[in-house]
Design a protein around this ligand. Structure first.
Ligand code: HEM
Length: 175
């Protein structure tokens, strides 16, 4: 997993809870020195998953809440600021359009990075405008995938209705 996700988590915790809270989290987590990563560096997937769990523990919130907060921060603050990808947001008029670009975004962002194995997405467009979106990744972070999709809805002010529709697949209805 690229260090960029750890960086986003650090920024979220420091901005919303202060630097001391981040110190407490890294002391409790198994991140070790890897917390000070370059965004392109590799961080073991297990360490990122552990970071999500430790953040939930230290902030005394559920894992789902920690994932939702991370996803919200990642989409609404971090991704907009940090990557030169404002165009992905500005070129999309809706959550549906944006989500349909996500397979391409992950493929392109990581194609020149050695060892990156980004999540990939399959889509099926339904006649009623809803979307079936399948998450493909050996990392098994389907819950985070759902939280991120919800955060995209928030960004575009679209109250998405997301329900599981099979293994690693969600059906998304747009307003
Ligand atoms: C423009 C916005 C986004 C950017 C720039 C972005 C970028 C990235 C990057 C660089 C990684 C690390 C990949 C790796 O280490 O191989 C990642 C991971 C991930 N992204 Fe995104 N992402 C964005 C939006 C989304 C959205 C909207 C979703 C879901 C609907 C999503 C789902 C995930 C998941 C689940 C992972 C964890 C890794 C995995 O499961 O394999 N991302 N993203």
């Amino acid at each position: 997993m690229k260090g960029t996700l750890v960086k986003a988590m650090q920024e979220m915790v420091e901005n919303e809870h202060g630097q001391n809270m981040w110190q407490r989290i890294i002391e409790t987590s198994m991140l070790g020195d890897d917390f000070d990563v370059n965004i392109l560096a590799d961080v073991e997937d297990e360490k990122f998953k552990n970071l999500l769990n430790t953040t939930a523990e230290v902030l005394d919130i559920s894992k789902k809440e920690a994932m939702d907060r991370f996803a919200h921060y990642f989409i609404l603050e971090y991704a907009l600021d940090t990557f030169a990808i404002n165009m992905y947001f500005s070129q999309s008029d809706s959550a549906r359009e944006f989500l349909l670009k996500m397979d391409d975004v992950h493929r392109r962002l990581t194609k020149n990075i050695d060892d990156a194995s980004p999540p990939r997405f399959d889509y099926e467009k339904k006649d009623d405008g809803s979307l079936l979106m399948t998450y493909n990744s050996e990392r098994g972070m389907f819950e985070l995938f759902k939280s991120l999709a919800e955060a995209v809805g928030e960004y575009f002010n679209d109250d998405l209705r997301i329900r599981e529709a099979g293994k690693n697949t969600v059906e998304i209805k747009f307003s």
